[in-house]
Design a protein around this ligand. Structure first.
Ligand code: IPE
Ligand code: IPE
Ligand code: MG
Length: 248
């Protein structure tokens, strides 16, 4: 058993971990390889975090897989990523079933190429009855777009007199987000040393603990996930209160 795994407090496991999987391109460059190979090497890291989350009993894992901004990358790279997703989902399905993993997606999945969209829909349907880890892929995801469509839907409901403006509160906004059925992440991990959120879960991360590591995504291992969880467990989450109030 990993030494880090032994140091995890099983009473304080985050229910939801969100990850910005960053650094595939730099990993490829460092190794003299094409960017697409960097992405391909990132699949192994996905397997590692899924297993690690399963092992410690995390309930939800959200992976930032493709942002709306990523559509602006060179076409060859976008195509390679779409193909990689189709290919990886096909290969990983048996493992998801064996490990009781349920696949979900958030984002504008309608914008994905047909083959990719269909593959995700198939895997979502096939794993729908699994009751273990919820593995949520953020695809063609933009948090500002998500919030904008929530605002639009609420405005329309007000126009139709279905709700009054006084009824608009945090809970109602939550209900209109892609993540309505999922608790906010307690922990956000970003790899590759970048210190930014990049339009990911802006609303949901309001009180998340942020963990940044220089490790490039393809090098990320189970122990890196455990190290992040241990770091999280040592923090005092005060939610605006004083330390004394928390300790009482
Ligand atoms: C993350 O790795 C994967 C995606 C954004 C799809 P990058 O491709 O952003 O890697 P770097 O940041 O160029 O190293
Ligand atoms: C964020 O990574 C998106 C994903 C990990 C899918 P990027 O590498 O695209 O982020 P920025 O644009 O450098 O902030
Ligand atoms: Mg990047």
């Amino acid at each position: 058993m990993s030494l880090l795994l032994k140091n995890i407090n099983t009473d304080k496991i985050p229910q939801h971990i969100a990850v910005v999987m960053d650094g595939n391109g730099r990993w490829a460059k460092n190794n003299g390889l094409l960017r697409a190979i960097g992405h391909k090497s990132g699949v192994k890291a996905v397997r590692e975090v899924v297993q690690a989350c399963n092992d410690i009993g995390v309930k939800h894992l959200t992976l930032y897989t493709f942002s709306t901004e990523n559509w602006n990358r060179p076409k060859v790279e976008v195509n390679a990523l779409m193909e990689l997703m189709v290919d990886s989902l096909t290969k990983e399905l048996a493992g998801f079933m064996k490990n009781n993993v349920k696949i979900l997606t958030i984002g504008d999945t309608e914008d994905l190429p047909k083959r990719c969209k269909r593959k995700f829909a198939d895997v979502v349907a096939m794993t729908a009855n699994n009751s273990g880890l919820n593995l949520i892929f953020a695809l063609s995801y933009s948090s500002r777009k998500e919030i904008t469509s929530a605002v639009k839907a609420i405005a329309e409901a007000v126009l139709k007199n279905e709700i009054s403006p006084e009824e608009i509160n945090s809970e109602l906004i939550d209900k209109h987000l892609y993540t309505s059925a999922i608790p906010d992440p307690e922990l956000l991990i970003r790899t590759s040393g970048e210190l930014r959120i990049s339009n990911f879960l802006l609303w949901q991360l309001a009180y998340s603990e942020l963990y940044f590591t220089p490790v490039l995504w393809p090098d990320f291992k189970k122990d890196d996930l455990y190290a992040a969880v241990i770091d999280y467990q040592q923090r005092e989450r005060r939610f605006g209160k004083t330390s004394e109030q928390i300790k009482k």
